[in-house]
Design a protein around this ligand. Structure first.
Ligand SMILES: [Zn+2]
Length: 106
């Protein structure tokens, strides 16, 4: 499992090593020990996906899109952008950031 740390905490650990570098005060391996001692941040990995427009099952009033991550199908009123107007996140948790196929809900 991946662990993440805060950038600023890592920078501070390295700055301490840089400050005392060559003085003999900081033992070798201090930087790696200091970084390992930083508690893991409470973060969640972001899954990026996009809505893929399907030519099947749509009509003049509704377009059909499929999630590129989980294949969930949604129906979107024609003229609306699924990621911007209807579902910026899929039920699978993916953030819908780009769209393949015809853009802008046409
Ligand atoms: Zn999905």
């Amino acid at each position: 499992m991946k662990e993440h740390i805060e950038r600023e905490a890592a920078v501070k650990a390295v700055e301490i090593v840089d400050f005392y570098k060559g003085s003999g005060i900081v033992p070798s391996g201090y930087a790696s020990d200091a970084i390992r001692a930083i508690p893991a941040a409470d973060v969640r990995e972001v899954v990026k996906a996009h809505w893929i427009k399907s030519d099947l099952f749509g009509d003049m009033m509704v377009s059909v899109y499929t999630c590129s991550n989980c294949n969930r199908v949604i129906r979107v009123p024609s003229g609306l952008n699924p990621a911007k107007d209807i579902a910026p996140f899929c039920h699978c948790g993916a953030e819908m950031t780009e769209m393949r196929g015809e853009a802008d809900g046409n």
